[in-house]
Design a binder for this molecule. Structure first.
Ligand code: NAD
Length: 245
């Protein structure tokens, strides 16, 4: 038996879809036939995606800004008539030990990861409810469950995303909407920004012995976003080379 996921006729929005894991997700959904909207705050990277995917809808939005998100989602629904999949992947780091974290470090990280996930989910629900169909895939992290020195803001946001995923999975199941999360470990600019010694320490803890490529995170998201995964909801799927074992 061979299973390939076909997203033809499905409207898919990937936040942070212009770089890193999100870019790999954009490539994957485009290859699988989706009507793709790439949502990102980075206009330059967004322009590069649309060179490779001229049919994709570039959405220059800041996920932490509710008005920006609402306008972006309205635009996608107006142009495609649907909203089937939202992947809440956008992220930033502002790493410092907790006693050095500024209000801005705290608010910015919580704003993009946690409030961003809330903003996108809330904006997507009316259309998904009307369709009685939706797939929401959030991106959390090992740090959200285990903590990491210098990442109290990030860990709090990612732990919040797990609670948010499980709660919205329960609330939205009756409308044919599933909500799941992945916990990746991929070689991206975000990982490159971690100091070399910390990075090597982390890599040594991964049973598979390396970070994944961004593309290796995509099949797990495609599965959770597929129509075929309709009986899977509220899970956090580690795509982490065994780090969380
Ligand atoms: N790379 C890893 O190993 C790893 C591990 C665990 C979790 N994650 C999570 O995976 C997700 C993607 O991370 P990545 O490594 O690809 O990072 P990245 O820095 O390579 O890409 C993040 C993307 O999000 C976009 N973005 C940032 N702020 C935004 C905003 N306010 N609105 C819209 N877009 C915004 C950026 O422009 C960029 O395109 C993040 O949520 C991250 O926390 C990554």
């Amino acid at each position: 038996m061979s299973i390939t996921f076909d997203f033809t006729g499905r409207t898919v929005v990937v936040t942070g879809g212009a770089r890193g894991i999100g870019r790999a997700l954009s490539d994957c959904f485009a290859a699988a036939g989706a009507t793709l909207a790439v949502a990102d705050v980075d206009a330059e990277a967004l322009a590069e995606v649309t060179v490779d995917h001229p049919d994709a809808i570039p959405l220059e939005i800041d996920v932490s800004d509710a008005a920006s998100v609402a306008a972006g989602i309205d635009d996608v629904v107006a142009r495609t008539g649907r909203l089937d999949v939202v992947v809440n992947n956008a992220g930033i780091l502002r790493d410092r030990v907790v006693w050095k974290l500024t209000d801005d470090d705290w608010q910015a990280v919580l704003g993009v990861h946690l409030t961003g996930t809330f903003n996108m989910t809330r904006a997507a629900i009316p259309t998904m409810r009307e369709q009685q169909y939706g797939r929401i895939v959030n991106v959390t992290s090992y740090t959200g469950l285990h903590g990491n020195v210098g990442q109290a803001n990030y860990a709090a946001a990612k732990a919040g995303i797990i609670g948010f995923t499980r709660t919205t999975a329960k609330e939205l199941a009756r409308f044919g909407i599933t909500v799941n999360a992945i916990s990746p470990n991929a070689e991206t600019d975000m990982v490159a920004s971690i100091p070399a010694d910390k990075r090597a320490e982390l890599e040594a803890q991964i049973p598979i012995g390396r970070f994944s490529s961004p593309a290796e995170a995509a099949p797990a998201v495609a599965f959770l976003a597929s129509a075929e995964a309709g009986y899977v909801t509220g899970v956090v799927l580690p795509v982490d080379g065994g780090l969380s074992i």
